[in-house]
Unconditional design. Structure first.
Length: 407
């Protein structure tokens, strides 16, 4: 055994890892890197990125020390990691469903891509080959065999899962998270009687976060029907059923169809990577919270009109643009005058004021949870200048952005 290990290490000395990674990068169309002792030693990509998006989550990725590991970022893009001694190979990011333009703008913002380079960055990111998780895992298996001499199958891969990290950013450290997380040891699956399903669908479609919080605290012990012989498969199948229910409920509550279905796919993919029942249960609760909060953020009033929902969805998808009434009217095939008057009649709010408030809400989140400079935030949110951003922010909040950040 010692002799075989010696022979393998001797062969490893002859390995040209940079060449191997170059070939892998060319075959996959995905950026690939080699780190030595935590420092970047090699980078290869078929496309030219103005900034490597790995910088956003680099510390978390470097902290993964298993031979084969995995990291999923807040946009459900994934990085594959293989460790061997002081070397770490990282391939990514990619995901099966291409990132939206708004998501790419957010990534550019977080990666500190200069405003003048954002459009080129988005084009480059769109050129990264979308790839299913299984294909990335196969690449990891090959690299692990090359580096560590281990023959690994997909079922053997242990996925790195820092519980809920990606989702916690999405819902901005909400107080509801703690309540839901504390219920992870509760009899757990949400699949039960028709009345339970109807209750959950009603809560999600209304975006009623407080009702969900109360329901979780007082939820009955739930006994799901048998949908698989294996316990792990049973819980995963129930998760998929729940994802289908809440995604449809969110659509009926006003969430964009594509957004809702894509989010459901992402959650199901994340669930399939898990092997621990409690983690799946915890993720399931968070999924319901996530959908409920997203609907709550979209709905204006108790019974919003279709126009109000359409406008809200448009604004949310274009926060980093200089949004105009004309642009929204063109998107909805309405006249500018009719759109403005109808929105005011439906919501009691001027459309221009609503757009400003939505932008300032996002600005408050960025000021609170990032250390981005004011000029970067104002540019990202489509303001013509930082002074314009300061004026609008103060008119909405009564404080300057700097004062708000220092609170």
């Amino acid at each position: 055994m010692i002799y075989l290990f010696y022979v393998w290490r001797k062969d490893m000395a002859k390995l040209d890892l940079k060449y191997t990674c170059t070939v892998m990068g060319n075959l996959s169309g995905i950026p690939i890197r080699i780190y030595k002792n935590g420092k970047l030693d090699f980078y290869h990509s078929l496309i030219t990125l103005q900034k490597d998006p790995i910088c956003i989550n680099l510390d978390s990725i470097l902290a993964i020390n298993e031979h084969i590991g995995y990291f999923v970022d807040p946009y459900f893009a994934y990085y594959g990691i293989v460790n061997s001694g002081n070397q770490k190979v990282v391939i990514g990011p990619t995901r099966q469903i291409p990132l939206s333009e708004q998501e790419l703008k957010e990534i550019a913002f977080k990666a500190d891509v200069p405003q003048s380079e954002v459009d080129r960055f988005i084009i480059a990111m769109r050129s990264i080959v979308p790839m299913p998780l299984e294909s990335i895992m196969q690449i990891l298996c090959v690299l692990n065999h090359v580096l560590n001499g281990e023959k690994t199958e997909l079922k053997d891969i242990s996925i790195f899962e820092e519980k809920q990290k990606a989702l916690e950013e999405d819902i901005e450290q909400s107080q509801v998270d703690e309540t839901i997380s504390s219920q992870s040891d509760r009899p757990s699956d949400l699949h039960n009687t028709i009345s339970v399903e109807n209750t959950i669908q009603s809560i999600v479609s209304k975006g009623d976060v407080e009702a969900l919080k109360q329901w979780v605290q007082n939820a009955p012990a739930i006994r799901g029907g048998t949908v698989a012989q294996n316990q792990l498969r049973q819980i995963k199948n129930i998760f998929i059923v729940t994802a289908t229910l809440v995604s449809r409920a969110a659509i009926s509550g006003g969430m964009d169809v594509e957004d809702s279905m894509s989010l459901s796919d992402m959650y199901i993919q994340k669930c399939e990577l898990l092997k621990d029942l409690s983690e799946i249960i915890n993720l399931q609760y968070r999924m319901v919270v996530d959908y409920t909060e997203r609907v709550a953020n979209i709905r204006k009033g108790k019974s919003p009109t279709k126009l109000a929902l359409d406008v809200t969805n448009y604004v949310r998808h274009h926060l980093s643009d200089s949004i105009t009434t004309e642009a929204i009217a063109d998107e909805l095939f309405l006249s500018r005058a009719y759109l403005s008057s109808k929105f005011k009649a439906d919501t009691g709010e001027n459309l221009s004021d609503f757009i400003q408030k939505e932008k300032i809400t996002e600005a408050k989140r960025l000021l609170r949870y990032t250390d981005k400079p004011l000029i970067s935030i104002s540019s990202y949110l489509g303001f013509s200048s930082q002074s314009h951003f300061n004026r609008v922010f103060k008119s909405v909040t009564g404080k300057t952005p700097k004062e708000y950040r220092l609170e």
